[in-house]
Ligand binder design. Structure first.
Ligand code: NAP
Ligand code: GDP
Length: 327
């Protein structure tokens, strides 16, 4: 039986990581391409998923048997704070179009990508898969968080009403090659890599937003890619799975900045702009469910993964998504 896997958001950070793993792991291995598989990595140029007709056209073109749904309006803390309604509306519409097209074209399985920001702000830590709907998400990204939470509701409703095999993955903060390096809109790691690069190049200060004290769990995009491939092939339940390093592996924003300074070999001073928001202080998530199901899994340690990501940015600066027009 041939399998066609459509990856929406295939041009982004996570989509490109899945492409890398599928193309580089040995054929037939746990995370490598199987002989009967065709992988499609769709970018927005193939169809704007905010539009139901374009979404349906994409599904009719490829007739996917399986979907990894990554496409979303995505951004770091500052972009989320600025565009709460836009984040809510666009992601609600994209998710609704993709899930409904998958249902109508009889896709056998869909994994949609959520995020740990779906969890309540005030809840007992660590976060786990049973706590998604126990309270309101953090105010800084409630538009994005609510739209992503609704996917879990949709998955359950599609299963109960139509028997669909739709599920979701909940990654923590992701980083790696092909990230979005926009200075204002990006997530913390790509934004700081770009800022440190400019500080080094222009001999200007490297300014980190906020106090540096908040904690995050970071997962390397190529590790996350393997976990998506595992979930696609080996997990069949509607309930989400948190895809993350251990809850004891939180890293402070200051430690992130220090690691970037080291990887960039930046010798200047750096400062914290405490007039800027810190966002949620922490959101530690448990990977117990994941580890109990997958068996052994080797996560790439944070520092080498960060060094690889910095190297990718330096090697690909001309084509990377920096938000800056380059000559
Ligand atoms: P990204 O690099 O910004 O990529 C976003 C992808 O979505 C791109 O391929 C983009 O296509 C596509 N897309 C956006 N709007 C679209 C539209 N209207 N129609 C069709 N495609 C559209 O984001 P990412 O970090 O890979 O995120 C992938 C998934 O992971 C998202 O669901 C995100 O919520 C989730 N996630 C990310 C993080 C993180 O730290 N990055 C953490 C947790 C969860 P084009 O580039 O071709 O326009
Ligand atoms: P979050 O995990 O959803 O809050 O997303 P981010 O990846 O945007 O991380 C936000 C944390 O990094 C906050 O504590 C920010 O204050 C801090 N931070 C420091 N500098 C930057 C920056 O340049 N961009 C972003 N997005 N966050 C930064």
């Amino acid at each position: 039986m041939s399998t066609v896997i459509l990856v929406t958001g295939g041009s982004g950070l996570v989509g490109q990581a899945i492409k890398h793993v599928i193309e580089n792991e040995p054929v037939g291995s746990r995370f490598g391409k199987k002989e009967n598989e065709t992988w499609i990595f769709a970018s927005s140029s193939e169809g704007d998923l905010r539009d139901p007709a374009q979404t349906r056209k994409l599904f009719d073109k490829y007739k996917p048997t399986h979907v990894i749904h990554l496409a979303a309006l995505v951004g770091g803390l500052f972009r989320n704070m600025k565009y709460k309604l836009t984040f809510f509306r666009e992601n609600m519409v994209i998710n609704d179009n993709v899930l409904h097209a998958a249902y109508e074209t009889k896709a056998q399985k869909v994994i949609s990508c959520l995020s740990t920001c779906v969890f309540p702000d005030k809840v007992e830590y660590p976060l786990d898969e049973n706590k998604i709907h126990l309270g309101l998400p953090h105010d800084s990204n409630f538009g994005y968080a609510h739209s992503k939470r609704m996917v879990d509701i949709q998955n359950h409703a599609y299963k109960e009403e139509f028997g669909c095999n739709f599920t979701s993955a909940i990654p923590t903060n992701v980083f790696g090659p092909y990230d979005n390096y926009d200075l204002e809109d990006a997530h913390v790691i790509p934004a700081l890599i770009h800022k440190c690069y400019l500080a080094k190049k222009n001999n200007t200060p490297f300014v980190v937003a906020g106090s540096g004290k908040p904690l995050r769990q970071f997962i390397y995009s190529r590790d996350l890619a393997k976990l998506f491939i595992w979930q696609l092939r080996e997990y069949d339940d509607v309930e989400p799975v948190i895809l993350s390093v251990g809850e004891d592996e939180e890293v402070s924003i200051k430690e992130v900045a220090d690691a970037i300074v080291e990887a960039m070999d930046f010798k200047g001073n750096y400062t914290f702009d405490t007039s800027r928001a810190d966002g949620q202080f922490r959101k530690p998530a448990s990977n117990k469910k994941l580890l109990s199901l997958i068996g052994g899994f080797e996560f790439t340690p944070f520092k080498p993964a960060l060094a690889e990501s910095v190297k990718w940015f330096l090697d690909n600066y001309d084509t990377a998504r920096t938000g800056i027009k380059k000559q």
